[in-house]
Design a protein around this ligand. Structure first.
Ligand SMILES: NC(=O)c1ccc[n+]([C@@H]2O[C@H](COP(=O)([O-])OP(=O)(O)OC[C@H]3O[C@@H](n4cnc5c(N)ncnc54)[C@H](O)[C@@H]3O)[C@@H](O)[C@H]2O)c1
Length: 319
């Protein structure tokens, strides 16, 4: 049987996170980077001569020859870019959040359904090894009763040339819109569908969500707490161990460890200590930090641990 042709992928947005995709595409034998697009010519420079480059995504789409598109532009651009990709009849993998407004997200979903085209938000945390290990360790048939997910970092350490992260309009608000999706997705992995029971959010003078505690619950009564912090100072290399028994203690412990970035704890019925998926992680390919970033020109890979838990193992696992 002849080998299946490689899927031709177009990549829109060549900033920090794109380098994980570029590295993964290089390693995936079934995928081929067929075209890239960034409105900033400097971002295209390292790829010129290697792959067709476009400054406008509409030109990339009009040129054809693609089987799917990855969208890695800033949050506020996800909806319009995805809309155009779907309108071109192409499946799309978009970085989180799917959109900055719920109505835009719902419209994209409806459009994808109508066209029978895949629309995939890259909730990568659920695929990270520590998370998979935690899920594997959950005893079969014993429901998880409590989950805690943390995402602590100082966002100023991770902003590139464009400070859209600190513009609530372009980011979608702040830590809740930006780090929340992967954290909430982990809760969903462990508890299934959940609803929000309450949230407290602290904003700065510019209206950016800097800290948040979001509580969620499942229909079966399991509870989840998601802690998000964009003002977490003093990060340092380190690892955090934790159990689910004394969450208030864990929090204090986490505050003492300067480089805490994420932790997910699942408590299961009849099990005192709980289970954990990694904990503090080093800056590096696992997140949005500066260390150990594969560089493709411009600034390095995001090194903060996006979302909860998980130690990345190179460019394949962006936090
Ligand atoms: N999952 C994760 O761990 C993770 C980590 C970092 C970023 N992200 C997400 O990835 C996305 C990008 O974040 P980033 O940190 O790489 O941002 P960035 O600012 O480093 O890069 C964004 C790039 O998109 C380009 N761009 C902006 N508008 C464009 C347009 N209309 N068409 C084409 N290119 C355009 C910019 O020029 C820039 O090069 C965001 O949605 C962010 O939330 C996810």
């Amino acid at each position: 049987m002849p080998p299946r042709p490689r899927l031709r992928i177009g990549l829109i947005g060549l900033g920090a996170i794109s380098r994980f995709y570029l590295a993964a595409l290089e390693r995936a034998p079934s995928l081929h980077l067929a075209a890239v697009c960034d409105r900033d010519p400097d971002a295209l420079s390292p790829l010129r001569g290697r792959v067709p480059c476009y400054l406008d995504h509409r030109e990339l789409l009009a040129e054809g020859g693609l089987d799917a598109v990855v969208v890695c532009a800033p949050n506020h651009m996800h909806a319009p870019l995805c809309r155009d990709v779907l309108a071109a009849g192409l499946p799309v993998c978009v970085e989180k959040p799917l959109a900055t407004l719920p109505a835009d997200g719902a419209a994209l979903q409806a459009e994808a359904r109508l066209r029978k085209i895949t629309l995939f938000t890259a909730f990568h945390r659920r695929y990270n090894r520590p998370v998979r290990a935690l899920v594997d360790r959950l005893p079969a048939g014993v429901p998880v009763t409590a989950v805690r997910v943390r995402y602590l970092e100082r966002i100023e350490e991770h902003i590139g040339r464009d400070s859209w992260y600190l513009d609530p309009g372009r980011c979608g608000g702040g830590c809740v819109a930006d780090n929340g999706p992967n954290a909430f997705d982990l809760v969903r992995v462990l508890l299934g569908p959940v609803s929000v029971s309450g949230a407290s959010i602290a904003r700065d003078a510019a209206g950016v969500d800097r800290r948040a505690l979001v509580r969620l619950h499942s229909p079966g009564g399991a509870a989840a707490a998601v802690e998000l912090d964009w003002s977490y100072a003093g990060e340092r290399h380190g690892r955090l161990g934790a159990s689910g028994r004394r969450p208030h203690r864990l929090r204090r412990h986490a505050r003492r460890l300067p480089r805490v970035q994420g932790i997910a704890v699942a408590r299961v019925r009849g099990r005192a200590g709980g289970l954990r998926a990694a904990g503090a992680r080093r800056r590096g390919p696992g997140g949005r930090g500066r260390a150990r970033r594969p560089r493709a020109g411009g600034r390095g890979l995001p090194g903060r641990a996006r979302g909860a838990a998980g130690r990345g193992t190179g460019a394949a696992e962006p936090g």
